[in-house]
Design a protein around this ligand. Structure first.
Ligand SMILES: [Zn+2]
Length: 84
């Protein structure tokens, strides 16, 4: 079943990181808990935790901040994170 998911990390009332996926979005709660428990903050940390939580899959998982983004293990074009 395809379920989109979104997990955000906020700081000072602003969104600082977003994790978006196109499937297995029901794992969003688990991912949010992992982020909180392990104090994850970087794109790489959250990307790896998302795959561990089976939040999305490598084909659809995107994790990005204002300055960095990861998709399918690669950096992605900047225009992607203009929506942050
Ligand atoms: Zn997927």
């Amino acid at each position: 079943m395809l379920t989109q998911g979104l997990v955000t990390i906020t700081g000072n009332g602003k969104t600082v990181l977003k994790a978006v996926c196109g499937c297995n979005g029901h794992s969003a709660e688990l991912l949010a808990r992992l982020i909180h428990e392990r104090c994850l903050s970087t794109v790489n940390e959250v990307y790896n935790a998302a795959l561990m939580a089976e939040f999305g899959c490598p084909a659809c998982l995107v994790v990005f901040t204002k300055s960095e983004a990861r998709y399918d293990g690669k950096e992605i074009p900047k225009l992607y994170w203009k929506t942050l």
